[in-house]
Design a protein around this ligand. Structure first.
Ligand SMILES: Cc1cc2nc3c(=O)[nH]c(=O)nc-3n(C[C@H](O)[C@H](O)[C@H](O)COP(=O)(O)O)c2cc1C
Length: 321
């Protein structure tokens, strides 16, 4: 398939695996890219323990990028987190930037509460293509993001896995509003798990799809088998959800998730954080479904088996091709 997203990213199919903390790795990213889509290294890619400093994180990211390059000569991207909460700079963002330049990475999936001009400028100076995903998107914010000069937009609906938007606007509502207003290409995200969802996204004017939860339940993804099986088992109506600092978090109702929800309802967000702060690693990666969280898309109810990345992509291509 050829469109502005495949051309921008140099990929065969407009299918991108989402940046996801802890549950990406070089092997997984290369599998997506080798299957014709684009793999994205997320925070803590390929790791089992937290980095001890920005320098340590940079060393580990460098190793992971080199592993991807050894496994594929196809394009891949790295997640880039714009400094948030009014901070001018962030040591971790700076460290990632230096790695991107040193390793000549060509594409980033940048996220934030707005596009940070200083960050965009320095990425562009190094000829890095910037696909921007706003964490709490609205029509106004994405129109502004286009004006700032990013290359493409990912439009995030509330069906999302991971941290969701502050606004409960679904993919079906938001994507057509954005595609009728902006000129740069749009990638639809959240809640898409198969070719039917992808086809719907393209019919709303999107030129690519960005899938997280579906790609967790693949053979190559580093998530634990316990988490993959829990995602296969969960029904869409079983999730619990609570406000988690910026945005919201949806999780399979593990004990930690239920405790966090209870404490949030009692007005104790700091205490609640202890239960979900490291939840993605404990639940998704380590497979401890009591003390961790499994924070995935509400569409997880429709995921029925572990597939290979190639199978996920081939099924979508059959629908949209
Ligand atoms: C477990 C998990 C962790 C995530 N972590 C990140 C992250 O670190 N950075 C980021 O940009 N997005 C993160 N996301 C959001 C995804 O990039 C993407 O927007 C989302 O998964 C797509 O929705 P879907 O899961 O419904 O396909 C995460 C999502 C999940 C499920």
């Amino acid at each position: 398939m050829k469109n502005r997203i495949t051309q921008l990213l140099g990929i065969e199919q407009p299918i991108i695996s989402a940046a996801m903390t802890w549950v990406t790795s070089a092997e997984f990213v290369a599998a997506v890219s080798n299957a014709g889509g684009m793999g994205v290294l997320g925070p803590n890619a390929g790791q089992t323990e937290k980095a001890t400093s920005a320098d340590d994180m940079a060393d580990r990211l460098t190793q992971e990028i080199r592993k991807v390059k050894a496994l594929t000569n196809k394009p891949f991207a790295v997640n880039y987190i714009f400094p948030m909460g009014g901070a001018a700079e962030d040591p971790f963002t700076n460290a990632v930037f230096d790695v991107l330049v040193k390793e000549k990475v060509k594409y980033v999936i940048a996220i934030g509460q707005n596009v940070v001009d200083r960050e965009l400028k320095r990425l562009k100076e190094h000829d890095i293509k910037v696909v921007y995903r706003d964490l709490s998107p609205t029509v106004e914010k994405l129109v502004e993001a286009e004006k700032s000069g990013v290359d493409a937009l990912i439009v995030t609906g509330y069906e999302a896995g991971g941290h969701m938007s502050d606004y409960k606007i679904s993919t079906l509502s938001l994507v057509p509003q954005i595609t009728s207003l902006v000129k740069i290409p749009v990638i639809a995200a959240e809640g898409i798990i198969d070719g039917r969802g992808a086809k719907a996204a393209l019919s709303m004017g999107a030129e690519g799809v960005y899938l997280g939860t579906r790609f967790i339940v693949t053979k190559e993804n580093p998530a634990s088998i316990e988490a993959k099986n829990a995602i296969i088992k969960v029904k869409s109506e079983e999730f619990i959800e609570f406000k988690s600092g910026a945005g919201h978090l949806r999780t399979i109702p593990t004990e930690a998730g239920k405790k966090a929800l209870e404490l949030i309802n009692q007005g104790k967000p700091a205490e609640a954080y202890k239960y979900y702060g490291e939840g993605f690693k404990i639940g998704l990666l380590d497979g401890d479904l009591v003390n961790g969280t499994v924070s995935v898309s509400e569409s997880a109810g429709g995921i029925q088996q572990i597939l290979t990345c190639q199978e996920v992509i081939d099924e979508i291509v059959k629908s949209i091709g």
